[in-house]
Design a protein around this ligand. Structure first.
Ligand code: 13P
Ligand code: SF4
Length: 316
């Protein structure tokens, strides 16, 4: 539901007061609505958000992102109260990989170690050997002995990209991000013909054909960084539309063209419905009621922390 500017100001003021009163911090992913990014204490990609959650001294973390990100914050900083604006903020990748199915997958490959993308639930993390994000995945896979077979879950597109980049074979889980799989290769080619000078910048969750023609592939933070530093003036950007808000302030004077999707929707760019369930109204309500809260069993926190700590120790 769209809200008007007066309502935005009211909710924002309420959130700022509650944050101060309760010593709370708001962490937001780049895919959040612009007005949420504007009131957040920190906006970043999955890795930067996890690092921030692990080191915050606030008493309450409000996680404006999706459920697996808030769970990760709780695992990394279990003494803090972690709130989410909406428990239904899921993820197609996390949903594709249940703990039971993942257990069976591992049993099929007893000699493989499991490198798992952070976009998964806490129990899948607990069953993994090491976690990665799109920022550090190459570094993490490359750190593993070449003779050691690997299972990579749950994103087949990121997995395939890593196999090419690190020149090794991995057994891949068959999951995908619906937002990054929605891009139309055909429409991207048409755009390239119209803007031959534009650089194609894509997230590694994108489909193989998009990855093959991209000039730069990286996490959301890496994409912003590349666009800022590049001498090029025009960019076709293949990730969730929320990133456009940051690019407006971080890449002034650059032409940003959102990568088009297959459906002819109004903006023709790709939006994550899960990320967009969060609103200023829900953030104000969750801070005021201190609910919904992420609650995890102590034993699960301990088991899921180990593969996350391994990732953190390899991420500079
Ligand atoms: P990063 O935040 O690592 O760029 O990943 C994007 C994403 O899809 C998060 O759900
Ligand atoms: Fe999951 Fe894709 Fe949405 Fe990220 S953008 S939360 S990977 S569905």
């Amino acid at each position: 539901m769209q809200i008007n500017s007066a309502q935005k100001i009211n909710y924002s003021q309420k959130i700022i007061e509650l944050k101060k009163q309760k010593n709370a911090v708001i962490l937001a992913h780049y895919y959040q609505r612009p007005e949420i990014q504007d009131i957040a204490d920190f906006v970043g990609d999955s890795l930067a958000l996890a690092k921030n959650a692990a080191s915050t001294t606030a008493d309450i973390i409000v996680f404006a992102g999706v459920h697996f990100m808030a769970e990760t914050a709780k695992i990394l900083n279990p003494k803090k109260k972690v709130l989410v604006p909406d428990m239904d903020a899921g993820c197609s990748l996390a949903d594709s990989c249940s703990a039971e199915a993942f257990k069976q997958f591992r049993q099929l490959y007893p000699n493989h170690i499991a490198v798992t993308y952070i976009n998964c639930n806490a129990e899948v993390k607990a069953q993994s050997d090491i976690i990665c994000t799109s920022s550090n995945a190459k570094q993490i896979v490359a750190s593993i002995d070449k003779n050691q077979p690997i299972l990579f879950s749950p994103d087949k597109n990121l997995g395939r990209y890593l196999m090419k980049e690190t020149d090794r074979n991995m057994v891949l889980w068959n999951g995908a991000c619906l937002v990054h799989e929605a891009f139309s290769f055909h429409k991207v080619l048409q755009l390239c013909a119209k803007h031959p000078e534009a650089k194609i910048v894509a997230h590694p969750e994108s489909d193989r054909q998009i990855i093959e023609i991209a000039d730069f592939i990286g996490s959301t933070s890496a994409m912003i960084n590349f666009i800022q530093k590049s001498e090029a003036k025009s960019f076709i950007v293949g990730t969730e539309a929320g990133i456009l808000h940051q690019l407006k302030s971080e890449a002034v004077n650059k032409e940003i063209i959102p990568m088009p999707v297959q459906d002819d929707n109004a903006c023709a760019c790709s939006e994550c419905g899960y990320m967009k369930v969060n609103t200023l109204e829900k953030i104000a309500a969750c801070l005021s009621q201190e609910s919904p809260e992420i609650i995890l069993q102590e034993d699960l926190i301990q088991r899921a922390l180990l593969p996350l700590q391994k990732m953190m120790s390899l991420s500079n």
